[in-house]
Design a protein around this ligand. Structure first.
Ligand code: XMP
Length: 312
C-alpha cells in the first residue's frame, strides 16, 4: 500500500511534541534533504524550543554554510552557524584509514562540538535525519554511518547526555523527498542530490587536509555545475591518494588524480553508472585538470555493488 505522507507528517509532528514535552531540542542542519526535512518537522512541532545549528566542519562544499543558513532564514527558521573547522581538521590530521576517518568525524561532531552545544543549551533531545538505508548498511556491517549511535549499541544519553530522535528512520530517500514536498520545501532542497554525513572527507582517499579539501571542493563544484542538467541520482568528485606523471607548460609534473563518479539509482542501495555523453565527460575533464596540481581526471565505471557510492 502506498504511504500517506501527509499522515506521516502529522504523526511525526505529534510524536515530537509528545516526546519533547516542555524540554528543548537541538538539531544540526547540513543542508541535505534529510536534515532539512527534520529541521522543518522539528520547527513545526516545537517552534522556538528547537535550536538549529549548522556546524561548519571544514568539509563542506563551496559556499554551502552561507547558502544553507540564508535559505532557512528566508523560511523564517533561524539557523546558527558554528565554526568548528579547525577542530575537525585537527581530529583528521594524520588519519588515512577510512573507518578511522569516519570515527574521528563522528566523535568530533557528537562528543565534542555537538556535546558542547547540547550541554550549553540544556537540550535533552537531539533530532537526527537518520534514514532506513543508513541503518540497514550499518547493521549489515558495510559501513559505519554518521548517525546511527543507538543501532551500534551506543547509548547517547549515557555517553553524551542527550536522547536521539530519528523521525525519518522508516523512510528511504524517495520517501524523504515526498515528505519534503508535503512540507512545502522548494525543489532546491527537496530535489538535492544526496551528500554524505562525512561530507568531502568521504571523497578524499588518504589524509584529509585543508589543502586537499580545497582540491576536492573545486572539483566538486565543477562536477555539480556540469552534471546538474542530467537526470543522474548523484554525481561527485574524488581525490585519490596517488600521483601520476604529466606534462604542463613543457615541464614534467607529478600531479594529483581526480575521479568523477556519476550514478543512476533509486535509493543508493544499488547503483549503475550513468552513460554520460562523451562531450560532457571531456568538458568536465578539461575543467578539472585546470585545478592547481591536478593533471588527471578519470571516470569511474563501477556499479554498486561491488563499489560503494563514496570512496571511504
Ligand atoms: P555508499 O557510499 O555507502 O553511499 O554507497 C550510499 C549513499 O549514502 C550516502 N552516504 C552517507 N550519507 N552519512 C550519510 O548521511 C554517511 O556517512 C554516508 N556515507 C555515504 C552516499 O552519498 C550515497 O548517497
Amino acid at each position: 500500500m502506498a504511504m500517506d505522507y501527509r499522515e506521516f507528517v502529522q504523526t511525526q509532528i505529534a510524536e515530537l511534541k509528545n516526546t519533547v514535552g516542555d524540554a528543548t531540542a537541538i538539531n544540526a542542519l547540513s543542508g541535505g534533504v534529510d536534515s532539512s526535512v527534520v529541521t522543518v518537522l522539528g520547527h513545526r512541532a516545537l517552534g522556538k524550543r528547537l535550536r538549529t545549528v549548522f556546524v561548519d566542519n571544514a568539509l563542506m562544499r563551496e559556499g554551502e554554510p552561507q547558502r544553507v543558513v540564508a535559505t532557512f532564514t528566508q523560511m523564517g527558521i533561524p539557523v546558527e552557524l558554528i565554526d568548528a573547522r579547525q577542530e575537525f581538521l585537527d581530529a583528521l590530521a594524520g588519519l588515512t584509514d577510512p573507518e578511522e576517518k569516519r570515527q574521528a568525524i563522528t566523535e568530533t561532531f557528537y562528543a565534542k562540538v555537538f556535546g558542547r552545544l547540547v550541554r550549553e543549551s540544556g537540550a535533552k533531545f537531539l533530532l537526527h535525519g537518520t534514514i532506513l538505508t543508513d541503518i540497514d548498511e550499518t547493521v549489515a556491517g558495510i559501513k559505519r554511518q554518521h548517525n546511527i549511535l543507538s543501532q551500534l549499541g551506543i547509548d547517547p544519553e549515557k555517553e553524551y547526555g542527550y536522547q536521539v530522535l530519528e523521525p525519518l528512520k522508516t523512510l528511504r530517500k524517495d520517501g524523504v523527498r515526498a515528505v519534503a514536498k508535503v512540507l512545502g520545501l522548494g525543489p532546491e532542497l527537496s530535489e538535492r542530490i544526496p551528500f554524505p554525513g562525512p561530507a568531502l572527507a568521504a571523497r578524499i582517499v588518504g589524509e584529509v587536509t585543508a589543502e586537499r579539501l580545497e582540491t576536492v571542493r573545486a572539483a566538486t563544484a565543477i562536477v555539480e555545475e556540469e552534471l546538474a542538467d542530467g537526470k543522474a541520482f548523484q554525481y561527485l568528485a574524488v581525490l585519490l591518494n596517488d600521483r601520476a606523471t604529466g606534462i604542463r607548460d613543457n615541464q614534467r609534473e607529478f600531479g594529483q588524480i581526480v575521479v568523477v563518479r556519476c550514478i543512476d539509482s533509486l535509493d543508493a542501495r544499488t547503483a549503475t553508472v550513468t552513460r554520460l555523453e562523451w562531450d560532457k565527460l571531456e568538458r568536465v575533464c578539461e575543467r578539472i585538470v585546470q585545478i592547481k596540481g591536478v593533471n588527471r581526471c578519470l571516470y569511474d565505471l563501477t556499479p554498486k555493488p561491488p563499489a560503494t557510492v563514496e570512496y571511504i
